[in-house]
Ligand binder design. Structure first.
Ligand SMILES: [Cu+2]
Length: 157
């Protein structure tokens, strides 16, 4: 059995189940979208995921969700020793490579949450890519436990 056939089979299996936590669109494979639970009263949250790319370079142009009033693509920048968040127009997904959205780096910023994100819940998020198009994913809300960078609270708009 060829390697390629094996890969195709594996993809067919993971793409199908309704609650699989990875998603495929075009050449992109989106793994484990998650968000950290937010304390009550918190206005903002952030979603993270990994985008693996088996084709040519693509870019994440925007994301849409109903859990917050606004959704922006952000990165963290170290400006003279101070970590700040900045909105970015797009997040590049390199050819045959991956883009990782994770705490302290690129993230999908959920601004003006309708209600706190609670551990164990899921919410839909639509990602729009320049080439691969749109894909709807479910974001799993995970515990507050993992350390949250302080600068998340120093949002500048
Ligand atoms: Cu942000």
């Amino acid at each position: 059995m060829s390697f390629l056939r094996h890969v195709a089979l594996a993809c067919a299996i993971v793409a199908f189940p309704a609650f699989a936590h990875d998603y495929k669109v075009g050449n992109l494979h989106i793994d484990h979208p998650w968000a950290r639970a937010t304390p009550s009263g918190s206005q903002n949250g952030a979603a993270y995921l990994t985008i693996n790319n088996q084709g040519e370079a693509d870019s994440l142009l925007s994301a849409a969700a109903t859990v917050s009033k606004t959704v922006e693509l952000h990165t963290h920048l170290n400006e003279q020793g101070v970590m700040r968040m900045r909105q970015v127009p797009e997040i590049t997904v390199p050819a045959q490579g991956k883009a990782e959205l994770k705490p302290g780096g690129y993230h999908i910023m959920l601004i003006g949450l309708q209600q706190p994100l609670k551990q164990g819940e899921k919410f839909p998020l639509t990602l729009k890519f320049a080439k691969a198009g749109e894909v709807k994913v479910e974001v799993a809300v995970e515990g507050l436990g993992a350390p949250q960078p302080k600068m998340m609270h120093g949002h500048q708009h």
